[in-house]
Design a binder for this molecule. Structure first.
Ligand code: TYD
Ligand code: MG
Length: 482
């Protein structure tokens, strides 16, 4: 057969719509259905999706025609564009000082956690002249009702420091739309400086036949918004839902496309919400933002410690306060523990807000070093307020809370701890211990337990608080309960 004939045969095949199978979890693409994903190892996660073959071909041509030439790094110039301030201190902090022009951000979170509220509130206050809020979930009327609620009360309008948020909503444009091609038409007419899309799971592109929310749609729409953001310099904020197991729904590939992934989380039973950066190309991922959900919207919480410490006066056993640091901000959290004899053969272990494996390791250390038979005890641990903290400085407070409950002797609520525990029971130094001590002093604590190995960094005369330096966990135990 002549080569030309083969080519036209191929062309015919290309014109037909083609189906692919995508893994719901990681976005792995396969030509046939697979029971187990070779990429992420999950079972039964493949969905069939129809992809227009011609569009695949066109996309390839697009990327090939993009102009590019290697440049010397010294010769690369960029304009000193300042970041757009959202005028929401907590959000700016997590973003690393504001929204970078041309960036694509993803805000993830469980349904009902407050993602739409956060971004609408930001849109109402941001120091940007024109904004476009595209919603695929709510109608314009519903957005207006929400905005009115956020603006009507003092809480929504005023920041914690009393400064007024921008009262006017005149340059915030809203549209209810789900097709990206239409969205870009609206963008063309409005010419916004910032675009918010709520949510990426509800938008779809005409290029693909698969339904909105499918892996290929999410991937394609995300890259269309990325292309728009990069070519125009207008930042785009996407809202995304996360699945029950805490990962962003849809493909992981989305996380690679966007510049920053923010996660909004919190316990439904508590009013506060925590905003974290899981990835940030323009800032640190250590910073967190704390908000409180009120009837009038989200309020920024600038002093988390005062909010998180349960104001208890009476002394109950099983509690210890940890002087932790989230990013550069000190945060004092109360650790509560309950140790009781196991009723059933296998002791129960439960940790809320703390890594269970880490708690088991600490229990083994306490068993070995302090001689407690904790192996036959039920141990429950909880961080007050349903907080989740990953600072290793929490260890010492966790160990002391468990010991306190075990011996049924209270630790004074005016005592706090900052130390990491090693496998041999040694109390290790933690980062920025001076800052933790200063904050403990400011909050009115009377004693702070730190590692003996970090006391050299500390100038004791500067603080009114008593600093107890311990080398091993037994020393802390003797100082508290002996
Ligand atoms: P929403 O922003 O719609 O969540 P998401 O977009 O993440 O799905 O927030 C919904 C919840 O927030 C809802 O349960 C009610 C609560 N809420 C308040 O408590 N106060 C308010 O002012 C607003 C707007 C919402
Ligand atoms: Mg929403």
């Amino acid at each position: 057969m002549p080569i030309g004939g083969l080519k036209s045969l191929n062309d015919n095949a290309m014109a037909k719509a083609k189906t692919y199978y995508f893994c719901r979890e990681c976005g792995y693409q396969s030509a046939s259905w697979l029971g187990r994903c070779p990429e992420c190892g999950k079972f039964g996660t493949f969905d069939e999706e129809v992809v227009k073959a011609e569009s695949v071909g066109r996309r390839k041509a697009d990327s090939g025609s993009r102009e590019s030439a290697p440049k010397l790094l010294q010769e690369v110039t960029y304009s000193q564009t300042r970041r757009l301030s959202t005028r929401c201190g907590e959000l700016d902090r997590v973003l690393g000082g504001g929204v970078v022009p041309g960036s694509l951000l993803l805000l993830g979170g469980e349904p009902g956690i407050g993602k739409s509220t956060l971004l609408l509130q930001m849109a109402l206050s941001a120091s940007v002249d024109r904004l476009l809020y595209v919603s695929g979930e709510e109608s314009e009327e519903q957005i207006k009702m929400r905005a009115d609620r956020l603006c009507s009360s003092e809480g929504g309008r005023r920041k914690a420091d009393g400064s007024d948020l921008r009262p006017s909503t005149s340059d915030l444009y809203v549209v209810s739309e789900t097709v990206t091609q239409r969205i870009f038409e609206h963008i063309e007419t409005v010419k916004p400086e910032l675009v918010i899309v709520d949510s990426i799971q509800t938008v779809s592109t005409e290029e693909l036949d698969s339904p909105a929310g499918s892996v290929s749609q999410i991937r394609q729409c995300t890259s269309e918004f990325q292309h728009y953001a990069k070519s125009t310099g207008v930042p785009v904020l996407l809202i995304g839902h996360i699945t029950k197991d805490g990962t962003l729904a849809g493909p992981k590939v989305m996380e690679h496309i966007v510049d920053a992934v923010l996660q909004f989380e919190g316990d439904r039973n508590y009013g506060y919400r925590v905003l974290r950066a899981l990835k940030n190309r323009f800032g640190s991922t250590a910073e967190i933002g704390i908000f409180e959900m009120q009837a009038s919207g989200l309020r920024e919480v600038e002093n988390p410690s005062e909010f998180l410490l349960s104001r208890r006066d009476e002394t109950l056993s099983g509690s210890a306060v940890a002087a932790t640091l989230e990013g550069i901000r000190p945060m004092f959290v109360e650790v509560q523990s309950l140790v009781s004899s196991a009723v059933y053969g296998t002791p129960q272990r439960n940790a809320g807000g703390f890594d269970l494996r880490r708690m088991n390791m600490l229990l083994a250390v306490l068993e070995k070093r302090c001689g407690f038979k904790l192996g036959a005890k039920d141990v429950f641990l909880n961080l007050a307020g349903g907080m989740r903290v990953s600072d290793p400085a929490l260890d010492l407070a966790v160990a002391c809370a468990i010991l306190s409950s075990n011996v049924d002797i209270a630790v004074s609520p005016r005592v706090c701890f900052a130390g990491e525990l090693g496998l041999n029971g040694e109390v290790r130094p933690v980062s920025r211990v001076e800052q933790r001590i200063a904050e403990a002093d400011r909050l009115g604590f009377e004693r702070i337990f730190i590692s003996k190995y970090s006391q050299r960094e500390v100038d004791r005369r500067r603080y009114g608080i008593e600093i107890v330096a311990v080398g091993v966990i037994e020393e802390a135990f003797r100082a508290l309960f002996a």
